[in-house]
Ligand binder design. Structure first.
Ligand SMILES: [Zn+2]
Ligand SMILES: [Zn+2]
Length: 359
């Protein structure tokens, strides 16, 4: 089969590799499409020991089941109580919550399977979906990480499930809710998803902050009350003006930017919550926060990482209902043999989500 094999920095090589073999309890699916994640993008420029050369990357996929181990006929309940897992059949389209937890450790047993220290990820421990076929392990099915795509939902839309599930996790940790004014800093694909999810959770006001002009324009296509162009406007002043001087109830920093993290406290209302959604690069993650603002304004600064299978189900539901509009989030599509065009589009920051069409 054809696959893009990761050869290290600057090497995404289209190769002919053996088709995966069906393992007991597992399945093989033919990949339809797969989004390029920020993680994949970063690996093109910076090595990461978690992804050795020879890996097949790509985890934001939709694929059609072509081979299924007989043991998978009956369906089950997720081992972590994340809902029923209906039986999967040959011909079903599936997507995944791509961080597969152990299911047994303290965190897995306490609703934090997204933080499982021995979780295995698609694209690292398991082969990814920048390939014609992907094997899915029995353990992933048992953990409830394999989701059936509803018939009415397109594969391209369902390919957003995994990144969207991380947004669902972040907003649940930050308790974004009814009546809130929400500022999202960074209008990349994840930032725009945050704007949509905040609205779906009942936010009264959604304000997006973005530096590059191209993405300021793209952000206008979403249901937002204001887009602040940080290159030409005073962000703190504008947020104050738009929130009757209070600041935002929730501030989500979806830009991997130190200055944006440091400024976030100034955008938050008293009693507000700041979510550090985007991570800073290793070795460059020390920031300065005014602890008096945290103390006297009673601001909670929260983190978030990854997502659970249950959150992936919520994400799939948001896409199915149209609350999150995939057609606006996916701005570019490339074929598997043109994946480097996708990397270039991401580098130029001219679009939002780039999708690789595999078959
Ligand atoms: Zn991803
Ligand atoms: Zn675990």
């Amino acid at each position: 089969m054809r696959a893009v094999v990761y050869g290290g920095v600057g090497q995404f090589d289209l190769k002919d590799v053996p088709k995966p073999r069906l393992e007991p309890g597992g399945l093989i699916a033919q990949v339809d499409c797969c989004g390029i994640c920020g993680t994949d993008y970063k690996l093109y420029f910076t090595a990461n020991p978690r992804f050795p050369p020879g890996s097949i990357l790509g985890h934001e996929f939709v694929a059609t089941v072509v081979e299924l181990s007989p043991a998978q006929g009956t369906g089950s309940f997720s081992a972590l109580g994340e809902g029923a897992c209906p039986p999967i059949a040959v011909g079903d389209r599936v997507t995944m919550a791509t961080t597969v937890p152990c299911g047994e450790c303290y965190l897995c047993q306490h609703g934090l399977a997204n933080l499982c220290p021995t979780a295995k990820c698609v694209g690292a421990a398991y082969p990814g979906a920048f390939a014609e076929f992907i094997p899915i392990a029995a353990h992933a099915i048992r953990m409830g990480n394999v989701l059936k795509v509803p018939e009415a939902l397109s594969s391209r839309a369902a390919a957003l499930t995994e990144p969207l599930s991380c947004v669902v996790n972040a907003q649940s940790v930050a308790e974004v809710g009814v009546g809130h004014s929400v500022v999202v800093v960074g209008a990349g694909p994840l930032g725009c998803m945050h704007a949509e999810v905040a609205r779906a959770r009942g936010a009264r006001q959604v304000i997006v902050v973005q530096r590059s002009k191209a993405r300021c324009d793209l952000a206008q296509h979403f249901d937002v009350d204001a887009v602040i162009c940080s290159e030409s406007e005073d962000v703190a002043e504008r947020v104050k003006a738009l929130t009757e001087g209070r600041g935002a109830d929730r501030v989500i920093v979806a830009a991997p930017d130190r200055a944006a993290q440091e400024q976030s406290l100034q955008l938050a209302a008293k009693g507000g919550v700041v979510s550090l959604f985007a991570s800073l690069p290793k070795g460059a993650s020390d920031i300065t926060l005014d602890s008096r603002l945290i103390h006297y304004n009673q601001i909670a600064v929260v983190g978030c990482s990854d997502s659970t299978a249950g959150q992936a189900r919520v994400a799939l539901g948001l896409l199915e209902s149209g609350a999150v509009r995939a057609d606006r989030l996916i701005t570019h599509e490339v074929r598997l043999d043109r994946i480097l065009d996708g990397i270039e589009i991401m580098k130029q920051k001219i679009g939002l989500k780039v999708l690789v069409q595999v078959s």
